[in-house]
Design a protein around this ligand. Structure first.
Ligand code: ZN
Length: 133
């Protein structure tokens, strides 16, 4: 099942990461981040941090990290579409029911290929800009 980037982004942005993770991990606010015991490795002191500002989580103990969607995938051992569905249901967003057409998938593939090409070009130009000659 393929979902357009806009849909994925809407679901991600509508589910605050602190609210979602709080349902699974007891979080305590420390400074601008929230900390708790990491659900991905066994520990006695909380090195699992969640940032509301960045909408990301990161564990200083085991290096697990990601956004609200990857958290659910890791925690529930869910696939990307399953995690997306759970989060969409949570905030009442209706995901498109039908699968993407061949054309839509091809357009999406082309778009990501073009993005890659641009990234490579940007890297090249950046390198040239910084190089001595
Ligand atoms: Zn960890």
């Amino acid at each position: 099942m393929y979902y357009p980037d806009e849909v994925v982004e809407e679901v991600r942005a509508s589910n605050d990461i602190v609210d979602v993770i709080s349902r699974y991990v007891k979080l305590t606010k420390k400074g601008s981040s929230y900390f708790g015991l990491c659900p991905f490795h066994s520990e006695k002191t909380g090195s699992f941090s969640v940032s509301r500002e960045k909408q990301m989580y990161y564990c200083f103990g085991c290096g697990a990290g990601g956004n609200v969607i990857t958290f659910l995938m890791e925690y529930e051992n869910a696939t990307f579409p399953e995690a997306l569905k759970t989060l969409a249901d949570r905030v009442g967003i209706r995901l498109p029911e039908r699968a993407a057409t061949k054309e839509e998938r091809e357009a999406a593939d082309l778009k990501s290929a073009l993005l890659e090409v641009n990234k490579e070009a940007a890297r090249y130009f950046y390198y040239q800009l910084k190089a001595k000659q």
